[in-house]
Design a binder for this molecule. Structure first.
Ligand code: FE
Length: 187
């Protein structure tokens, strides 16, 4: 099987940095990404959204901040970092939900009272750093993005994909999904 170089780079990033802790949760970055991708696939999501689920926290694999940055009051802005990295490599249906996945949390906190109450403690800590629940104006603006519903779906998998010891496929087994979503001009 010949992989697109971008897919090979993603596999390398997980191999090099995927074993780092997923900010205060009981899973590694790689386990979390794979659980999210499996949830997306099980939910019948298109390949672009399965890829987005796998890649949504790639920003965490691209910076050198400690995993406990939020507890130290630092927002690593991983959704923006990841979004920028993905933008030149993957189609917008992958990149946009990733870029919006933190905004999606702020949206859901504003629109579903039960959502914020159900967040994990690390998610609640980072919410404060990320600006808290959206204002009504921000809610309306979020709904203008063509990918806002995809971002909400991604967000729910993100919130669920934190189960200690769950069996998933390997990152390499999602190579065909990634290949299908790479921009033709990506290197
Ligand atoms: Fe996540």
């Amino acid at each position: 099987m010949s992989l697109h170089p971008t897919t090979a780079t993603v596999i390398d990033l997980f191999a090099m940095h995927g074993s780092s802790e997923y900010g205060g949760e009981n899973v590694t970055q790689e386990e979390h990404a794979l659980q999210c991708a499996e949830l997306a696939a099980a939910d019948g999501a298109p390949a672009t959204l399965v890829a987005a689920a796998l890649l949504h926290d790639i920003g965490h694999l691209l910076h050198d901040l400690p995993a406990d940055a939020p507890e130290r009051g630092i927002d690593d802005l991983h959704e923006a970092l990841g979004g920028r990295w993905l933008e030149s490599r993957f189609v917008p249906a992958v990149t946009e939900p990733v870029r919006l996945h933190v905004a999606a949390k702020r949206y859901l906190c504003a629109t579903e009272p039960a959502y914020e109450a159900a967040l994990s403690e690390p998610s609640r800590v980072s919410l404060g750093l990320q600006g808290g629940p959206f204002t009504p104006d921000e809610v309306a603006e979020f709904e203008m993005n063509p990918f806002w519903r995809d971002a909400l779906r991604l967000r729910r998998w993100d919130d669920t994909g934190k189960v200690d010891g769950l069996e998933t496929r390997l990152v390499t087994e999602f190579a065909d999904v990634l290949d299908a979503c790479v921009l033709p001009e990506a290197e």
